[in-house]
Design a protein around this ligand. Sequence first.
Ligand code: ADP
Length: 305
Amino acid sequence: MQITIEGLSQIYKNGKKALDDVSLQINHGMFGLLGPNGAGKTTLMRILVTLMKPTKGIVKVNELDLLKNRREVRAMLGYLPQEFKFFSKLTTWEFLDYVASLAGLTHGRQRKIAVDEMLENVGLFEARDRMANKLSGGMKRRLGIAQALIGDPKIIVVDEPTTGLDPEERIRFRNLLADLTQKDIIIILSTHIVSDISSTCTDMALLNNGELAYKGSPDDLVESVKGHTFRIEAIDSELEEIKQKYPVIATLPAENGWEVEIVADELKGFSGQEIEPNLEHAYVYFMDYKLHANPDEFRGNGGTK
Ligand code: ADP
């Protein structure tokens, strides 16, 4: 499976440019789309799942043009939006059975097996006779996951994957998705939470203000900020100045004050030691520091634009 996005732009009726000339290739496996609120992630997701036509640009799924072959592409899609509404009159089982029939599972007995199995997978089998719209928040989210996965979709798009899930459910969901990557399918996770990306995705993009700020592997992104992450030992009175000068990742109490983890190109006026960067450091470096410190240079050399 492969999705090719070329020169994609979206301008809303009020003139807001939510996507600005985005080009991107997404191959099979788990792909993370990371960016702050308002970056344009939902807009991109909605275009990919054929809910919205872009102002400009091309999207291809394998050789199929998304705009010309909407029905074929739709048949390959599973989508879990941020907020999921359930019909008020269906039980959990009936709802999933209904979605399964829409997803092309027309054979009654096979569909029943698939629905039971999926409810089991997401831990809702015991709740199968409860009204779907009366489930708890976490359970609704799990039913949302089930409806996105039923019918063997080839492309699964998940908006804010960990919203509404407790830590245990997060792990279960992650494992569920990780199992799926054995197959030739694409899973796109769109999120503003860095840790949603780090443990699962082999490939990713950073979106900021409608523009693509980075595309590549999470490992390469982390590698690119080596030498730009530091730990400073600070006393109380220095803390404020540090916060003003640098984006702070963490502030930890230390023997004589604080240990402050920051990103920077160089340390000016403070002494500290370099530390190994992680994805969170890299995200903050690209989004808060590099972009704001020197936007022109960033656009020229930073990502892959
Ligand atoms: P994200 O999912 O990354 O938070 P969105 O795609 O929802 O970002 O939004 C990107 C930008 O487009 C934001 O500034 C948002 O306010 C704006 N936006 C989203 N939907 C609409 C709309 N229907 N009309 C006008 N502006 C919109």
